[in-house]
Structures are given as C-alpha cells and as structure tokens.
Design a protein around this ligand. Structure first.
Ligand code: ADP
Ligand code: MG
Length: 249
C-alpha cells in the first residue's frame, strides 16, 4: 500500500530548476534513503513534500491528503497542507529544540498545541517516548545540558509525539561529533524495525546499507537511479552513481 506518491515534482528558484520532475512512490513501512551530491536537491525535495517550500509543479499525495503544487493559496488548500504536516515528522540536521524548555516539555508541546492533548496525558506520552529513545533519565534536562546526540534524540521523540504517518530525516547526524552519530542512527534503526515509514537523506553509507529497503540516488534535481542497497552499492548502473560512490566510500 503506497503512503506517499509524488508525481512530477518540480521546484525552481528563479531560473535555477532545482527539482526537475521527481516521481517517487513509497509504501507503508518502507525505508527509503536518498543519496546524492551536495546541491542535488535532496533538502529541497523533503521541504517541498511538506510545503516548507512551495513546489513549482507536481502532485503530492501523503496518506489521504493530495496537494497540487503551484495552486492558489486558498483556504482549503492551507488546511490540507496543515493536516499533511501534522502527519509528517521532520528531523533536520540542526535539532531546533526550544532552549528554554526541558526535554520533556519539548516533546509535550506538539501534542498539547496541535492535538489538544491534556498536559497530564502529554507528559505520559513524552516520558514514554524519551524512554524509547534512551533518554528516560534526561526528561528534565534543558537542551544546553544535553549532548548533540541526545538533543537529536529529543528532536526525534518530539516528532514521534505527533504520531506521524511518515518520518523525514534530512542529514540527521551530519552536525554531530563522530562518537555521537551511532546513538542517533540506532534510534532510527529501531523505528525502521517497528515499521515506521521513513525517507532519510544521509551520507552514512553503512547505515544506509543496513536500514534502507530502497536507495534513491539523486543528481541535479533528478532521480538518476534507485534500487536495493545491493543494487546501488554493488552494481550501480549509472556512471554518475558510480562516480559518487567512489568519492564517498
Ligand atoms: P542538497 O540538500 O542536495 O545539498 P539543496 O536542496 O539544499 O541540495 O539545494 C539544491 C539547490 O537549490 C542548490 O543549488 C541551492 O543553492 C538551491 N537552493 C536551495 N534552497 C534555496 C533557496 N531558498 N533559494 C535559492 N536557492 C536555493
Ligand atoms: Mg541538504
């Protein structure tokens, strides 16, 4: 069953056509890793999926929501985009936690504000999620008292608190010191095991091999090729993919 369907997604910044027509279907519980050189449009792609960036053209379907790009910003469309965002967890390179709130308050905020959950319930949920990401003993710490890896795990818990249909990760470990990368990747692997549908942009090759059901290689705003990790890493068809892999490995 497909959970995300993207058809002919395009995005230009002025004359620069950064996404040149992306088609991608993602099934429930599938983990798709997107790789590609810097500037190939990976972040723009994720941002367009959630309308943090308005696509120039294309159709985005997530769950029951369908949005046509470039349409008029009328009221109903805004509402659909809001609903679609509620269903999409987004974890960025930078953790973006509220600095004046504790870990648990950061995780509680979404359910209270967006779902109208009662604070007592939200606290229970947040605590369970912090335990899940290995931070049960850090609930009352402020972001500044946590390592980068711990902050990123709080950010993941915060996204999960909204019970998303799909999780998007944009280079979740690239701002971390090397010794902190593994704990964050482990949390993402655990989510994969539980059947969370995910799109992950990462340069972590071994992680990608481990976790990806499918790897999508992007260059210059297009999907150059896609396949299982064995197909992409061992027998890439396209010269551009081979060149990229020879540089990063
Ligand atoms: P990646 O994540 O693969 O490194 P990006 O999606 O960040 O690539 O960027 C793709 C291209 O889009 C780059 O050429 C970048 O300069 C351009 N770009 C991204 N965001 C903007 C923006 N807000 N305004 C203008 N150009 C942008
Ligand atoms: Mg990027």
């Amino acid at each position: 069953m497909s959970i995300i369907q993207i058809t002919n997604l395009k995005k230009s910044f002025g004359l620069n056509e950064v996404l040149q027509g992306i088609d991608l279907t993602i099934n429930k519980s599938e983990v798709v890793v997107i790789m590609g050189p810097s500037g190939s449009g990976k972040s723009t792609f994720l941002r367009c999926l959630t309308f943090l960036e308005e696509p120039s053209d294309g159709i985005i379907e997530i769950g029951e929501f369908t949005v046509l790009a470039g349409g008029k910003i009328e009221r109903k469309r805004k509402k659909v985009i809001r609903e679609l965002r509620k269903k999409t967890g987004f974890v960025f390179q930078s953790f973006n936690l509220f600095p004046h709130k504790t870990a648990i308050e950061n995780v509680m905020e979404g359910p209270i504000i967006i779902h109208g959950t009662k604070p007592v319930e939200a606290r229970k949920l947040a605590e369970a999620l912090l335990i899940k990401v290995g931070l049960g003993d850090r609930c009352d710490h402020y972001p500044a008292q946590l390592s980068g890896g711990q902050q990123q795990r709080v950010a993941i818990a915060r996204s999960l608190a909204l019970n998303p249909l799909v999780m998007l990760f944009d280079e979740p470990t690239s701002a971390l010191d090397p010794e902190l990368v593994r704990e964050v990747l482990q949390v993402i692997k655990d989510l994969a095991q539980e059947g969370m549908t995910m799109i992950i942009v990462t340069h972590e090759m071994n992680f990608a091999k481990d976790v990806a059901d499918r790897i999508v290689f992007m260059d210059e705003g297009l999907i150059v090729e896609q396949g299982t990790s064995a197909e992409i890493f061992q027998t890439p068809k396209e010269e551009r993919t081979r060149r990229f892999l020879s540089k990063v490995e």
